[in-house]
Design a protein around this ligand. Sequence first.
Ligand code: PEP
Length: 255
Amino acid sequence: MTQRKPIIGGNWKMNTGLESGMHLAGCIVDGFTCGDCCDVVIYPPLPFLQAIESVIDTSELQLGAQNVWCEESGAFTGETSPTMLQEVGVKSVLVGHSERRHVLHEGSALIAQKVAFALVKQLQVVLCVGETFEERESGNTMKVVLSQITSGLANISSEQMVNVVIAYEPVWAIGTGKTASPKDAQEVHVAIRKALGEMFTEEIASQTRIQYGGSVNPDNAAELFSCEDIDGALVGGASLSAESFTAIVKAAYNP
Ligand code: PEP
């Protein structure tokens, strides 16, 4: 068990309705009993953020957003600024999620701008990185992941790293039911931590939390969390069931 506080994120993606989302949030609140043991952040769809904040605001659950823009205001149709998100209670944002990289074609320059601006605005940033199946098969996992880390954190100071969480999410494991083996995931987490040490300091590297994401469920969570450098999970599909998500949260502080 590491000394880093585990962090579990629930990425609801484009799922739930208003009522079902509020119900899900309420059930997660009911099942989450140890805020000192673990940070838990849920990332509901944007239109439901305010309503879901009203369900969780007296709990230890935190509210996150699945996306953020890199300007304060202006002619950016469809986008949402950090301040707008903060006004409805958002504390954390996902940046560089594989669906935004690969489905919506967000590039590394935009991702770096989003990371930098969200941090200036005091949001927690979860920078998601991960290789595709082809990249893994061709032996390029480390090269791809470390390049996403280097470019994503290019404009970040050491002081700002306290608000950064890394999510290592192999693209081929997201929503597919395939999970990286704990050994393979741990190997990438170690490489990420080493890169953070080279970019910043050893101390920052050892304090930064690195989540694993990719088909995490109640059956595989404990084994993943028993790895020294895996500090929690970013959970998609299994976060849509309060029972599964709560079981994953509990596995994080009692792996
Ligand atoms: C994700 O959306 O970040 C994710 C890891 O999804 P899933 O758990 O469904 O693979």
